[in-house]
Ligand binder design. Structure first.
Ligand SMILES: C[S@@+](CC[C@H](N)C(=O)[O-])C[C@H]1O[C@@H](n2cnc3c(N)ncnc32)[C@H](O)[C@@H]1O
Length: 326
């Protein structure tokens, strides 16, 4: 897709008026100007420099450097497939869908490739969008923008569905993300999310998470480069302490359940956790949710037909609901 194909859906994140396109930039009637940088429209809100820049710096490095072979791998299977596997309803539906916090763009690309009749827009606040954008050239039903979930640059009632994996818990105020999602969804349209869980009911996860939260007080002050070194050194230690023991426990019927409850049970090679650790220790904001808290928000926002399930391999909530129909 080209900017001309979606211009009617775009609004100014600052004053909410419509945007128009001329001379390689977007502007609104109140003269708020949004540039194209390296071919990507940057429609970032005013709060970018106050609260979002550190998130952008951390994830920009994660997705654009050779962390977990992200930059070399081909996007044939990604988080969206893991989500779809545990959901009875089809995620991609209708004419236009939005992925919030698309990172390197793998999921948006897969959704667009497998559903040529649906147009997909992916947004991310970080420079990962430059990497994502390379897929846009290969598909005419895909478009990427640099924008923030805290102030989505889209008109009300625009999308037939919203998808977001591992993003809303990284917002300064996650509830604002839910409000924005509700605003841009069409009445009756669904959203599908993967979110961190607070693990209140599991001593094996709750206390290690407390330790991680404590370490985060220190680690979020590190620069992205320092953090990358720390996580590379920490990965073998976590693999040997948690991942490999859980693999052993998984062999025996009596201890299978215990293995499934151990943290980092998905780790494989010695350095396979460095990207995951970087995410956990570096993201400036990290919230964890109980089912009740999410239900409370769904009620506040009048969402209907909510659901909760889990992924096969990873802890956390796969959840969603529908915007109330008219
Ligand atoms: C854990 S990564 C998940 C990326 C991708 N969804 C995936 O599954 O691979 C979180 C992503 O959320 C993005 N993000 C964080 N805050 C955001 C915001 N306010 N608006 C848009 N994206 C945001 C980050 O830049 C990062 O790419």
């Amino acid at each position: 897709m080209k900017i001309q194909d979606i211009i009617n859906h775009l609004t100014c994140p600052t004053c909410k008026s419509t945007l128009s396109f001329s001379e390689q930039s977007l502007s609104c009637q109140n003269n708020h100007l949004y540039p194209f940088l390296n071919g990507v429209a940057h429609i970032l809100p005013d709060e970018f420099n106050v609260q979002l820049k550190s998130t952008s710096d951390i994830y920009g490095k994660l997705w654009t450097e050779d962390f977990d072979d992200f930059t070399n791998s081909k996007p044939t299977h990604w988080h969206y497939h893991e989500m779809q596997r545990v959901l009875s309803q089809k995620i991609v539906q209708g004419a236009l869908g939005l992925e919030i916090g698309c990172g390197n763009g793998f999921d948006s690309h897969c959704m667009a490739q497998e559903n040529p009749a649906t147009n997909i827009i992916g947004i991310d606040v970080s420079t990962s969008i430059f990497f994502a954008q390379t897929y846009q050239k290969k598909r005419d039903n895909l478009f990427f923008l640099r924008a923030s979930t805290t102030s989505l640059p889209f008109a009300d009632n625009t999308f037939d569905f919203c998808y977001s994996y591992g993003v809303l818990h990284h917002l300064p105020n996650p509830f604002v993300g839910f409000e924005e999602m509700k605003r841009v969804l069409k009445p009756g349209a669904p959203f599908y999310l993967y979110l961190y869980e607070d693990h209140q009911g599991s001593v094996f996860k709750y206390y290690p998470l407390k330790l991680i939260s404590w370490i985060r007080h220190l680690s979020t002050d590190l620069t992205p480069s320092q953090l990358k070194i720390l996580c590379t050194l920490l990965s073998p230690f976590i693999i040997v302490s948690f991942s490999w023991p859980s693999k052993v426990l998984n062999y025996f019927n009596k201890t299978k359940r215990l293995a499934s409850k151990m943290p980092f049970n998905f780790g494989k090679g010695l350095f396979s956790l460095k990207g995951d650790l970087y995410d956990r220790f570096g993201a400036p904001f990290e919230y964890r949710f109980s089912q009740n808290q999410l239900l409370n928000w769904y009620e506040k926002l009048s969402f209907e037909n909510h659901f909760f399930t889990r992924l096969e391999k990873y802890a956390g909530w796969v959840t969603g609901a529908h915007k109330k129909s008219l």
